[in-house]
Design a binder for this molecule. Structure first.
Ligand code: 26W
Length: 813
């Protein structure tokens, strides 16, 4: 740590000299970024070592969070923040004529995730370390993360994300910790010494090499580990090579290494590719092998020692993507550690816990039997045995009820059902918001809930207030501290003390000024990036998230079109000026979502260039939504659009980040919006639309006819017609698919059904914004009651309720 600015400056300058052989003056911004980050890493390393030592010595239970995705974003700023060094570095650099923010901007986002699920994993890592919990991440070191999105002529274009191009200062390659993962081949059971032994032959070995990233907790006490696995091979096929077939040798190498090359850019929209299953087994197997190895070092390696593995290790699976952890832990315990089936099953069932993040039927993972059999023959054998035993237990309980047994089987209809595997193989299953957990229990997983009533719980999501409030919005953080003291940083519940000041005129003015500054910062970015000037006095109305039919960007867009129509008809229409800001990526193969992007951009083109409406509304689609772009947009938002079809959004986490930054939610009673409403009260949120129950009743019993709504609402009818009647400057069939999804398949997501109520809710937003005192008090109340949505609260609920782990305070030694 640095005692003073002077000490920091000296160390920084020396680091540039030793790393690059350059003086400060000669160094580039990129070199300065590397020097600063390296310096910080060295400080972290000491605590990292001490944390690991302490974990080994104390022998406390450890949790491993297995996730296909960790959407970390940039680490320099958050590491500095958690080390408490932002100020000294910022001031020291300033004296050297350098802006810290400029150096931060050099870092490539670690975009190793799609959206909610991946960012949640990153927030949890931050909270675990900050709460001194011995919790680590296990995932994949994708060579290419989430694609970079460009908008060209209004369309999404995908470019590869080459985030490792300039190296990654935060990682350490641990080649001595590499393990082998086996694919394909065949497995024979042989009897040896009275035991059945599995012999796996003719497999394709892939070397899994771990890269460790330190996860620094607040106040730099605990440093945990995110271990990301990379598929490598150093064995060229020398037989081909020596025969002169160089290409074949290289080809083989690349096909093996392909496993960790690319993140599938699918969010709630699976593509079911073989390589994806390979990725899943790859990191699950490597992760478990390395955990068992460490366990044996710390706790002993006899079968009796392994028989109590679950008392010292918890493994959490983030959705079903790592569900192969169930059969893989069985395999390791039986085939490598000589436990028998019953012992291995006891340990496995008490080690693994599972979170479900989606109930969209199309997003529930299932893999064709043949694929699992050929790619992972040993996994298939174990799953098959698990299935037989489970079905036998079901038969005992429900004799003759074939339909129920089929609907719950791990293997049925030609597929392995990963959610069933995850539920059966774990001791805890949770949803991510109250309404979502209830839907799991009462609908989607009702038969499982009936069979395992105590296994199901709820753990409402949260986000780290350190990144999403303190770091992303430092001026707001300073204002909060000046008002209620610094306690909220360690105890975000204390934000509630702000409530007393909701009507304090002075604070309201200051809150407004901070928001204004953030809006100006975003406006400058938009001007620089897109050449569009936006009115910083207008309402910044923000919908930023993946593009998906159920999230209903279409509802927002149709309302904008309607507003535009009304403004055209009556240019004197008295509304608050508004800037509608969108950002988000579509899955590459998701045709409808891609056309929704084009639709929004077409609206932007028409509306932003129409002088007749006097600049009252503007539409902006910001390209390449990412963690760092979110950090720029969210602090500038006045309105938070959370308008998914009720029952569809498991929780949402953007809703939490936005409220934490004082935005007012316009939303449906879906996911965590319901709990946000419960916290802030009806006066501080604008709710509209069908409830989850109403939506599900329509699905079950029918009764919704889109044509009725369409024919009875002339404003809506006009906007829907404008999709296809040549009104928009695109080819006439450009938006056929959007129109079709609304009108021809009876509007699966109830866009038309909710439209009228949404328009009324938007008018309410307009009127509330007009009453600035009222609006600012709402903003303050939203910040005040966001404490419940800090991931520190969520993670402590997991620690106490699921993982049964205790904090370990790291001592300096
Ligand atoms: C196989 C394709 C696929 C890929 C990703 C299916 C499903 C997923 C994820 C589970 C989707 C996801 O990110 N779900 C989101 O999880 C967030 C964190 O819990 C929630 O806040 C969001 O509501 C939920 O959509």
């Amino acid at each position: 740590m640095f005692e003073s600015k002077e000490q920091f400056k000296q160390a920084f300058i020396e680091k540039i000299q030793t790393l690059f052989g350059q003086s400060l003056e000669e160094s580039s911004t990129a070199a300065r970024y590397v020097a600063l980050s390296t310096l910080i890493r060295e400080i972290i390393s000491k605590r990292w070592y001490q944390s690991n030592q302490q974990y080994s010595i104390s022998k406390e239970k450890q949790v491993y969070y297995f996730s296909m995705e960790f959407l970390l974003g940039r680490l320099l700023g958050s590491n500095l923040f958690n080390l408490g060094m932002t100020e000294v570095c910022c001031q020291g650099l300033k004296e050297l004529g350098i802006e810290l923010t400029e150096l931060e901007a050099v870092e490539h986002d670690a975009g190793l995730g799609n959206g909610g699920l991946g960012r949640l994993a990153a927030c949890f890592l931050d909270s675990m370390a900050s709460l001194h919990l011995p919790g680590h991440g296990t995932g994949i070191r994708f060579r290419h993360g989430m694609f970079e999105q460009k908008i060209v002529d209004g369309y999404q274009v995908e470019l590869p994300d080459n985030w490792l191009r300039d190296g990654y200062v935060w990682e350490t390659r641990k080649v001595d910790r590499a393990v082998t993962v086996k694919f394909g081949g065949n497995v024979q059971m042989e009897e040896q010494g009275g035991r059945l032994i599995a012999i796996h032959e003719n497999y394709e070995p892939v070397l899994a090499v771990p890269y460790d990233v330190p996860i620094v907790g607040a106040n730099c006490n605990t440093v945990n580990t995110l271990r990301l696995w990379s598929a490598e091979t150093n064995n060229f096929d020398f037989s081909s090579f020596s025969k002169g077939d160089f290409l074949k040798a290289v080809e083989e190498k690349y096909s093996l290494e392909a496993t960790s090359q690319i993140l599938y850019p699918d969010d709630n929209y699976p593509e079911g590719k073989t390589l994806r299953l390979k990725q899943q087994y790859f990191f699950v197997s490597a992760g478990l092998q390395s955990i068992v190895r460490r366990y044996k070092r710390t706790h002993g390696g006899s079968p009796a020692d392994l028989g109590i593995f679950h008392k010292k290790i918890a493994i959490h699976i983030n959705d079903t993507h790592p569900a192969l952890a169930v059969p893989e832990l069985m395999r390791i315990l039986m085939d490598e550690e000589s436990l028998d089936w019953d012992q291995a099953w006891h340990v496995t069932r008490n080690t693994i816990s599972y979170t479900n993040h989606t109930i969209l039927p199309e997003a529930l993972e299932k893999w064709p039997i043949e694929l699992v059999k050929t790619l992972l023959p040993r996994m298939y054998m174990i799953i098959n045995e698990l299935n037989e035993r489970f079905c036998a237990a079901l038969w005992q309980r429900y004799p003759g009820d074939w339909e129920r047994i089929r609907s719950m089987a791990l293997i049925a209809d030609g597929y392995v059902h990963m959610a069933h595997l995850a539920v059966v193989g774990s001791y805890s299953v949770n949803g991510v918001a109250e309404v979502h957990s209830n839907i799991l229990k009462n609908e989607v997983m009702a038969p499982f809930h009936e069979f395992f009533p105590y296994r199901f719980t709820n753990k409402t999501n949260g986000v780290t207030h350190r990144r999403w409030l303190a770091k992303a919005n430092p001026q707001l953080a300073a204002l909060i501290t000046a008002t209620i003291g610094p306690g909220w940083m360690a105890h975000p519940d204390e934000l509630a003390n702000l409530h007393r000041f909701a009507h304090d005129g002075a604070l309201q003015n200051e809150i407004k000024a901070v928001k204004q500054a953030n809006k100006e910062r975003l406006a400058n970015y938009i001007q620089a990036k897109m050449g569009i000037a936006i009115d910083v006095g207008s309402i910044f109305d923000v919908q930023v998230k993946r593009i998906h039919a159920y999230k209903r960007q279409t509802l927002n867009a149709l309302h904008i079109l309607d507003l535009y129509n009304r403004l055209k008809a009556d240019p004197g229409l008295d509304i608050e000026p508004r800037t509608f800001i969108f950002a988000g990526k579509s899955a590459t193969g998701y045709y409808l979502a891609k056309r929704i992007i084009k639709f929004i951009n077409t609206l932007a083109q028409v509306i932003n260039n129409d002088p007749a409406i006097g600049g009252k509304i503007k539409v902006i689609f910001l390209e390449n939504y990412s963690v760092s772009l979110a950090e720029l947009i969210i602090p500038a938002a006045d309105v938070s659009e959370q308008i998914s079809t009720a029952s569809k959004e498991a929780s949402g986490t953007g809703n939490m980040k936005l409220m934490m930054n004082g935005a007012i939610t316009i939303g449906t009673l879906d996911g965590a919006n319901i709990e946000i409403k419960d916290e802030v009260g009806d006066d501080n949120i604008v709710i509209f639309g069908l409830t989850a129950e109403q939506v599900m009743n329509y699905y079950k019993y029918g009764g919704y006819n889109v044509l009725d709504v369409y024919n009875n609402n002339p404003r809506l009818k006009l906007a829907v017609d404008q999709l296809i009647n040549g009104f928009l400057p695109v080819s006439p069939d450009e938006f056929d698919c959007i129109h079709h999804s609304l009108m021809r398949t009876n509007d699966e997501y109830f866009v038309l059904k909710d439209f009228a109520n949404y328009a009324v809710a938007q008018e309410r937003i307009n009127n509330l914004y007009g009453k600035q005192r009222c609006w600012q008090s709402m903003a303050i109340n939203n910040i005040a009651f966001s404490g419940r949505f800090a991931s520190d609260r969520t993670v402590s609920e997991y620690a106490i309720g699921i993982w049964k782990i205790k904090p370990v305070v790291i001592r300096e030694n």
